[in-house]
Design a protein around this ligand. Structure first.
Ligand code: NAX
Length: 328
């Protein structure tokens, strides 16, 4: 029998945590034959709520769930972790400046990066969900010098999935027929969902749609502002869809992308597509044997270039801001 995989989830008592933990425990993160042990990391005030969620996990009697431990400090939370889902973050509240937001999150992701460096398993894979996800991932990565930088990733899979769904609705295609869609840049309103290389049942998506006004004025803003639209409608931010995207991200990273397709992940740039090396930016990536690779050689037209550059500029500004604050 397989040794259980240790999965650490931060922000376990939050709304994404509530939607995420049950799917990890039921086998959707790693597969139906992979036992897991959960390590829940919360702030002290939320430990009791996390204990309640753990009681419900017990009550599911999931055959694959081999243990649940709850911690209120990162050193214990990340000890032995094979997979870490960094969901807990400091949200932006009314009147908060970007510097305040970055500082508050630096106070969370710096010690978490240090704890991962000190005590996680050698094969640790990290997904940052908590916003600002790309820059939080950069902060954690910079404080884990002994962990290969490619093990730190940020989530743009929700944006990717949203874009597939919008494209399917526009064209009447089945979501399963859409491949090679890309989210470039930051997980923010500047992100660029790119359909120029996407395919619908093997045919080029941009040519099939053939409507640049829809692309610029409807598709891109709908995907980029979807989070705000969900808040407006639901009275709370995306939770189950975000949890689903986190499951998809890790599942794809570990188990691979399908032949003839790729996914979108925020990963450390090697300078590909003129994204400055070291930034954690979303790219088209393929995954195989637990490793990701940026898809190379895609032609980038003028429409795409401007949008990629704008989002990457924002990432560079966030990096410069956290540098100035002494967070990296
Ligand atoms: P909630 O406020 O419901 O839950 C956050 C939880 O994190 C709370 O239980 C809190 O106690 C905990 N927490 C705070 N600081 C912590 C720390 N230092 N260590 C451990 N736990 C800590 O937020 P929720 O709706 O679950 O969203 C979580 C994060 O995901 C937010 O930052 C949100 O902006 C981000 N999102 C990211 C998305 C993405 O696509 N990358 C989409 C969904 C979501 O908006």
């Amino acid at each position: 029998t397989r040794t259980p995989v240790n999965v650490t989830v931060t922000g376990a008592a939050g709304q994404i945590g509530y939607a995420l933990l049950f799917r990890i425990a039921s086998g959707h993160l790693l597969g139906p034959d992979v036992p897991v042990k959960l390590r829940l990391l919360e702030i002290p005030q939320a430990v009791k709520a996390a204990e309640g969620t753990a009681m419900e996990l017990d009550d599911c009697a999931f055959p694959l769930l081999k243990g649940i431990d709850i911690f209120d400090n990162p050193a214990d939370g990340f000890a032995g972790a094979n997979i870490a889902l960094l969901v807990g973050a400091r949200p932006r509240t009314a009147g908060m400046e970007r510097g305040d937001l970055l500082s508050a999150n630096g106070g969370i992701f710096k010690p978490q990066g240090e704890a991962i460096n000190a005590g996680a398993a050698d094969d640790i894979k990290v997904l940052v969900v908590g916003n600002p996800a790309n820059t939080n991932a950069l902060i954690a990565q910079q404080h884990a010098p002994d962990v290969p930088a490619e093990r730190f990733t940020a989530m743009t899979r929700l944006d990717h999935n949203r874009a597939i769904s919008q494209l399917a609705q526009k064209t009447g295609a089945a979501v399963g027929d859409i491949a090679k869609l890309t989210i470039w840049g930051n997980h923010s309103a500047t992100q660029y969902p790119d359909i120029f290389h996407a395919e619908i049942a093997g045919k080029n998506a941009a040519e099939t749609v053939n409507d640049e006004a829809w692309l610029a004025d409807t598709f891109i803003p709908t995907v980029a502002k979807r989070g705000a639209a969900i808040i407006e409608a639901r009275g709370a931010s995306s939770a189950a869809s975000a949890a689903n995207a986190a499951i998809d991200h890790v599942h794809t990273w570990v188990n691979g992308t399908a032949a003839g397709d790729w996914t979108s992940m925020g990963v450390v740039s090697d300078g590909s597509y003129d994204v400055p090396a070291g930034l954690i930016s979303s790219f088209p990536v393929t995954c195989k044997d637990g490793k990701w690779e940026i898809v190379q050689g895609l032609a980038v037209n003028e429409f795409s270039r401007g949008r990629i550059d704008a989002s990457v500029r924002e990432l560079a500004e966030e990096r410069d801001a956290v540098r100035e604050l002494g967070l990296i």
